[in-house]
Ligand binder design. Structure first.
Ligand code: AVJ
Length: 319
């Protein structure tokens, strides 16, 4: 087995077909919406990396604090020989885990972005020459089949990205993850926590305007991929705390009445002045909620760690 293998479980054109279906569906619904996964082209991934170092955006730093403090405990509790990382992106924070797992044989990053996977794998292999890296190009919200690798396995889903799923989607997703685990395997899940509204809103509406640009980037993706004529300057960035659902919602609000053509979909879309389109839900959690969602999926929460300020949590659960 070569030290680095890349497996594509998505057909080359799957991304394109999924984007078309999502845009058609989202822009013909009332209210309009777009799924957050389409933020992440090369520019969007770059903007997200910028977000992670903004003074207002605490989740990345808070999660890293927990990983730095708890990697040893995580390693001891899991004895993992294989680390599977869902939505691995740049695999940046994962280093702390990898460094703490001396018996690690295989690392399986799973992401829809081939460029992110290849770059991350190259960097890791340079540092850990003995490691087998088997990257999977896959959409982790669909069913995934993992390559053969020795147990125990630790599946990590970090960053709070589970909060991008709506509650019903989360239930399906967590059951699918449970299906990947055998007795002795574990799930390490990162969840952002409910906190003061001002802190939450600032994290999604930073003073430098990076999150606004990130939000509007989805329009450039649709322009480029589907030949649309969205103009980002026709929209305002909106971040709202939904107290009832306990999630942050990002929206794009039309500054004027406007018409957008999407030739590849044979679609013309009208926006009223002030109309808001939802582009992301980012749910915030409480310990009891995480525990019960995991339990509903057949997972027993064994450990719960937060950063000293109590902003973010990592939980460790097992079948
Ligand atoms: C990458 C999904 C965890 O929801 O906080 C950052 C994405 N959106 N700023 C989040 C995001 C706006 C981020 N996740």
């Amino acid at each position: 087995m070569p030290p680095f293998q890349l497996t594509r479980t998505l057909p080359e054109d799957a991304t394109d077909a999924a984007l078309r279906a999502d845009v058609l569906d989202g822009l013909t619904s009332a209210p309009k919406s777009l799924p957050p996964k389409w933020f992440y082209d090369a520019r969007g991934s770059e903007l997200f990396e910028e977000i992670t170092v903004l003074p207002e955006y605490y989740p990345t730093r808070a999660e890293r604090e927990i990983l730095v403090a708890r990697s040893g405990e995580i390693a001891a509790a899991t004895a993992a020989r294989t680390l599977v990382e869902l939505g691995s992106g740049s695999s940046d924070k994962t280093r702390h885990l990898l460094d703490a797992l001396p018996d690690l044989h295989s690392y399986i990053p799973v992401d829809v972005s081939e460029s992110a996977l290849t770059a991350a794998a190259e960097a890791l292999l340079a540092e850990r020459p003995g490691l087998t890296v088997h990257a999977l190009i896959a959409d982790f919200t669909r069913s995934i089949v993992l390559p053969q690798a020795p147990g125990p396995r630790l599946v990590a889903f970090l960053g709070g990205t589970v909060g991008n799923l709506l509650p019903a989607e989360r239930a399906v997703f967590l059951k699918a993850v449970r299906g990947l685990l055998e007795p002795g395997d574990s799930l390490l899940l990162g969840t952002d926590l409910v906190k003061d509204e001002d802190v939450l809103v600032a994290a999604y509406d930073d003073a430098a305007g990076v999150t606004a640009e990130f939000n509007k980037n989805v329009l450039s993706v649709i322009d480029r991929e589907l030949g649309a004529d969205f103009d980002a300057s026709d929209f305002d960035h909106v971040a709202r705390w939904d107290r009832e659902h306990e999630w942050i919602e990002m929206r794009l609000r039309a500054r004027t009445a406007l018409t957008v053509k999407i030739p590849e979909l044979d679609l013309v879309v009208q926006f009223e002045k002030g109309e808001e389109m939802r582009t992301e839900v980012s749910a915030k959690f409480r310990q009891e909620g995480v525990r019960s969602e995991l339990a509903a999926a057949g997972l027993d929460m064994r450990q719960w760690w937060t950063d000293p300020a109590g902003r973010f949590a990592l939980s460790l659960s097992s079948p």
